[in-house]
Each structure stands twice: as C-alpha cells, then as structure tokens.
Design a protein around this ligand. Structure first.
Ligand code: MF3
Ligand code: CO
Length: 270
C-alpha cells in the first residue's frame, strides 16, 4: 500500500535535540560500533565468509552488553550489513567468500542504554587495485569534508554539497537513492542527510542534533539496483562502490564526531 502523501515528507517528522548526557550515551554506542568494526576488520581475510564476519560482529556487540540493532529491523535477518565490491550497502551476510583484492563495506549498529550506534567502514582485502584504493580514499575524504560542515547555523545542504562537489571532482558517482539520517533512540530519525544537494538549503543544523553522514560512492555510474532479496543495493554496472559512515553531534563550535576511525585503523596496522 503506498504511503499517504503527507507521510512522504521527512520534514513532517520532528527533529529530536539531545542533551549532553544523551550525546555521551550516543558516543558510548558509536565507540562500541567502532571497536566492533575494528574486530571485524582484523578478521577480514581471503577465505572468510561474510556470515562468519557477521557472527564476529554480533558476538562482540553482545559481549559488550549491547544489542545488535540491525537484527530484526524491518525484518533484516543479520547483525551486520556486509557489502562486497559491486554491492553498495545492505549486503546480507551469506556464504560469499572474501577474496584478495575485494573491498568490503561493513555497517554495524548497536542499542545500548536506550540509544543507537550506527557507523560503517570499507576495508581493503590484501592488495587491492590502485583505482579501488583511490575510491576508498576519496569516499573517506568526502565524509570528512561533509563532517566539517556539520555545525550549528549551517544547513543540511552544506553537508550534502561538500560531499557531492568533492566526489564528483574525481568523476565518481554519488548514490541518490539512499541518504544519511538523524540518530538517537531510533536508528533513523529526521532529518534525512543526502549526499548531494545545494549549499544553504535544507533543514537548519542546531546544537544538540545528532546525525549520521554516510556517503555511498561509485567508481562508475551512480545508478543502483535493489536486489530481489529485499535488501542488497548494488551498482547497475557492477563496478565497485565504497561507503563510510560517521555519527556526528552538532555543536556550536563545530562537529563532534562520535565514531572513532582511529580505533579501526590502529587495529589494521597491528
Ligand atoms: N546502517 C544502515 C543505515 O545507516 C541501516 C542498516 S539497515 C538494517 O541506514 F536493516 F540493517 F538495519
Ligand atoms: Co546509517
């Protein structure tokens, strides 16, 4: 059944501002997600299946007193979204075997103390092509460029435009069909945070908002296909895609990033 017209607009949904205490709980969640991503990253190697990686993520999250919030979300059947090469996001863990040269997006979520963590990182498996390396570097840098705009007084469009301009200057594609989102007691709160748009447009960013910024970037065409499993999104031309996601609190002085990629990158270098 199609939704009622009035329900199609994100702007009708309320933006929940968070107190400092709530932001600290959100930080706890997203640090746990960062540690879980590091744990999965340590175990990504040729021969491992995405289902085995999902189990590692689920066990790690539960061992730290949290729930894997993706499991059962709108019927989603796993704890992690693991998207390999041409898969953009929402890959369902399976018997797919990771191979040397793959790029693997891992997206994890937690529920701890009534709030949600949600962050993602794309890992390179062994020696990857120079063009894949560049795609990962540009996507991560696009996330940083967007994050730099996440301050009170700016608008969502300032984030969107910063991501889009950077990415498109390299000739890469910005996926239009999916976007970032507010984060709090729910995984998907208002506002939506597109990775394309115009400066000065969209909802005003206010102190106490917490959002997820998550560029999904393609090496070739930006066109995507939704697989018939009901979840997996892949590129139409089957060229690789990358995805990085930060949870960020909006502060007067600038962005307060609640996710910690240093935890992940230190784990990879050891
Ligand atoms: N992490 C995804 C997002 O940012 C959501 C995962 S979908 C789920 O929107 F079903 F797996 F939860
Ligand atoms: Co998200």
């Amino acid at each position: 059944m199609p939704p009622l017209a009035a329900q199609q607009y994100e702007t009708t949904k309320m933006i929940h501002l968070k107190t400092d205490e709530e932001i600290e709980i959100l930080r706890e969640n997203n640090i746990l997600v960062s540690r879980a991503l590091a744990e999965v990253g340590r175990n990504i190697r040729p021969g491992v299946t995405t289902r085995e990686l999902d189990k590692i993520a689920e066990d790690f999250i539960r061992a730290n007193g949290a729930e894997p919030v993706f499991l059962g979300y709108e019927g989603y059947p796993a704890s992690a979204c693991i998207s390999v090469n041409e898969q953009v996001v929402h890959g369902i863990p399976s018997d797919r075997v990771i191979e040397e040269g793959d790029i693997v997006s891992v997206d994890l979520g937690t529920l701890l103390k009534g709030f949600v963590g949600d962050s993602a990182y794309t890992f390179a498996v062994g020696q990857v092509s120079e063009e894949a390396k560049r795609l990962l570097a540009v996507t991560k840098e696009a996330l940083y460029k967007g994050t730099a705009q996440a301050k009170a007084g700016n608008r969502v469009g300032d984030i969107s435009a910063a991501v889009q301009e950077y990415v498109e200057s390299f000739g890469y594609g910005v996926v239009r069909e999916l976007e970032g989102h507010g984060l709090g007691r729910e995984m998907h709160e208002a506002p939506g945070v597109p990775n394309f748009g115009a400066r000065g447009r969209g909802p005003l960013l206010k102190e106490g908002m917490v959002i997820c910024i998550e560029p999904m970037i393609t090496m070739g065409s930006r066109a995507v296909v939704f697989e018939r499993d009901g979840w997996t999104v892949r590129t139409r031309d089957r060229k690789p895609a990358a995805h990085f996601e930060f949870a960020v609190a909006i502060r007067r002085n600038g962005p307060d990033v609640l996710t910690d990629f240093n935890i992940i990158e230190q784990a990879l270098n050891n």
